[in-house]
Design a protein around this ligand. Structure first.
Ligand code: TNX
Length: 541
């Protein structure tokens, strides 16, 4: 019998296996351009890496990601090697977008090219999603090869800000979970983690100059009144509090950096200040000690705009800036109750002196003072959309949560803005009407609703201000999210929908197409041992 040339034989083998295993190219977020070819590349024990010394960190990441399940070591090969290699190369890919990448899979090699490490990293994520789902299993899988379909991808994100928020005040999550959350962002090509570190229910970041913020402010007692944290019966001592040490934060920042994720810390001021005032009542207007709150709600505790308070904030932000390389620090500014300012003589005197017409202007004054000192630390501020009411500087970026109007208004006034409307992007809401949904807050935000969100609203379609909309982010507030498993459930798969909202060009979004790719993502979540919601299949979803 005639022997077939090796390449033909490999192609026939891989076609056969393709049919057997139905190799899939169901990538989320959907790449800009993808052309499928014939056959598949087989990653096997002989597969080696070609990576320039400049991108060794990416080669290491690839091994960390692909070695546990495959058991392969992916040793380095010489750049001249053309058979059975995965090649990572820094190269121009003909796009002005710094995060663009190209992924070419042929029968003999996989090549990922990009002008930046970020681009290469996103290319590796696409490769990851082209591999069988059990690549996500954190234990050796007995397979002789891992097929990747032959194809060409040219891809780049539509928006530069692609974020997820996480509230660790209402529920303190272990470092391990924060790492897992960062991994989920990376899988979805999301590049900002807005880390809500402080609130009435707990201060979660070690500040050396003010140790009581964590020795007192990170812990609450379990009073059970009204909307308690205990509604779904998952209350335990562990969830009473905790905080991240500066050493842990540095590790998490490095972990995120290696995954192209920038962590933006939020120190929520001047409201949501109960935990601060439990530790240091002298920074409040009443002088009274507050409780670290055990219940859901918006509380009257606010910081008092005195020089002592500003000096305190300067020190806090200096330590925060030293820990996070992020160009941004989020300063909160949401839901400020003004009663304590109203009955504070020095506040009223200050308003008189500064010509501040109302209490929102007083909040604006505070934000502007804080912005000036944060700018001196080389950082920009972000604030929730309420800060717009206080006449803040256009240099402040706005997170628009009470709808999209805040962002539209902000963009027209010359602010950068991030879309964050609760209606589509709050993942603490219910995902379906199913009776089986676990306890959630507020409204109903099915994954299809999240998917339908347009980052650039019609109002801005013809407006040059549209370029000020940097992108969008999803949120996980955790009043009713008591465990990592429930946190996973609430964000998956809405995070997958968000990924497509911010990465994929609006013209290429298609719900039916997304819904066909989603089961492959579920396979991945399953393999990774993650909890996720299948409510998308519920009758009334
Ligand atoms: C409003 S969104 C809040 C949070 C709550 C959330 C619950 C925002 C800036 N403030 O304090 O956790 O609603 O969905």
């Amino acid at each position: 019998t005639a022997t077939k040339p090796a390449a033909v034989k490999q192609k026939l083998d891989s076609d056969f296996l393709l049919a057997e295993e139905s190799v899939s190219a169901a990538i989320i977020p959907k790449p800009r351009e993808m052309i499928r070819g014939q056959g598949a590349f087989a990653i096997n024990a002989g597969t080696r890496l070609v990576a320039h010394p400049d991108v060794q960190d990416l080669a290491d990441y690839l091994r960390q990601q692909f070695s546990p399940a495959t058991g392969y070591t992916f040793p380095l090969a010489d750049a001249s090697e053309t058979q059975n290699v995965i090649r990572l190369e820094l190269a121009d890919v003909g796009s002005a977008n710094g995060e663009a990448y190209k992924l070419s899979v042929s029968l003999s090699e996989i090549r990922i090219s990009a002008a930046s490490k970020a681009g290469l990293f996103w290319g590796v994520q696409s490769l990851r999603q082209l591999m069988p789902a059990d690549i996500e299993i954190n234990a050796p899988i007995n397979r002789s090869q891992w097929l990747v379909p032959v194809l060409e991808i040219q891809d780049e994100p539509a928006f530069s800000y692609r974020g997820m928020h996480l509230d660790v005040s209402r529920t303190f999550f272990p470092v391990e979970f924060i790492r897992q959350y960062i991994d989920l962002l990376a899988l979805h090509k999301l590049n900002y983690l807005h880390w809500h570190l402080t609130d009435d229910q707990g201060w979660r970041i070690e500040i050396k100059a003010f140790p009581k913020l964590t020795s007192i402010g990170a812990w609450r007692t379990a009073t059970v009144v009204g909307h308690t944290y205990d509604r779904d019966g998952l209350y335990d001592n562990q969830s009473l509090g905790g905080f991240y040490t500066q050493a842990q934060i540095r590790e998490l920042v490095a972990y995120a950096q290696a995954r192209q994720v920038t962590i933006i810390p939020e120190i929520d001021i001047p409201g949501h200040a109960s935990a601060i005032l439990a530790a240091y009542p002298e920074f409040g207007c009443t002088g009274e000690m507050a409780d670290v709150q055990s219940n859901f709600g918006v509380f009257p505790e606010v910081l008092c705009p005195t020089e002592t308070t500003f000096a305190f904030l300067d020190q806090v932000f200096a330590e925060v800036a030293g820990l996070f390389p992020s160009p941004y620090i989020h300063v909160g500014g949401d839901e400020v109750k003004t009663e304590q300012w109203q009955s504070c003589d020095s506040c009223n005197a200050l308003m008189e002196r500064e010509g501040l017409k109302d209490y929102m202007a007083l909040q604006g004054y505070i934000i502007k003072r804080v912005e000036a000192s944060i700018n001196k630390l080389g950082k920009q501020i972000i604030g929730w959309d309420e800060i717009l009411e206080g006449d803040v500087n256009p240099s402040a970026t706005i997170t628009s949560w009470r709808g999209i109007e805040g962002a539209i208004h902000a963009a027209r006034e010359g602010h950068d803005a991030i879309m964050a409307p609760g209606s589509h992007l709050y993942f603490d809401h219910y995902q379906s009407r199913s009776i089986d949904e676990p306890l959630a807050i507020h409204g109903l935000t099915p994954v299809s609703e999240t998917y339908s969100f347009s980052v650039i609203p019609e109002e801005l379609a013809q407006d040059p201000a549209a370029k000020r909309i940097l992108g969008a982010q999803g949120h996980l507030w955790t009043e009713y999210v008591r465990t990592p498993a429930k946190a996973q459930y609430m964000v998956l798969p809405r995070m997958s929908a968000l990924a497509e909202v911010v990465w994929t060009d609006a013209s290429q979004k298609s719900w039916p197409d997304f819904a066909r790719r989603l089961p492959k993502m579920f396979d991945r979540f399953e393999a990774a041992g993650l909890n996720y919601a299948t409510s998308v299949y519920a009758v009334n979803a």
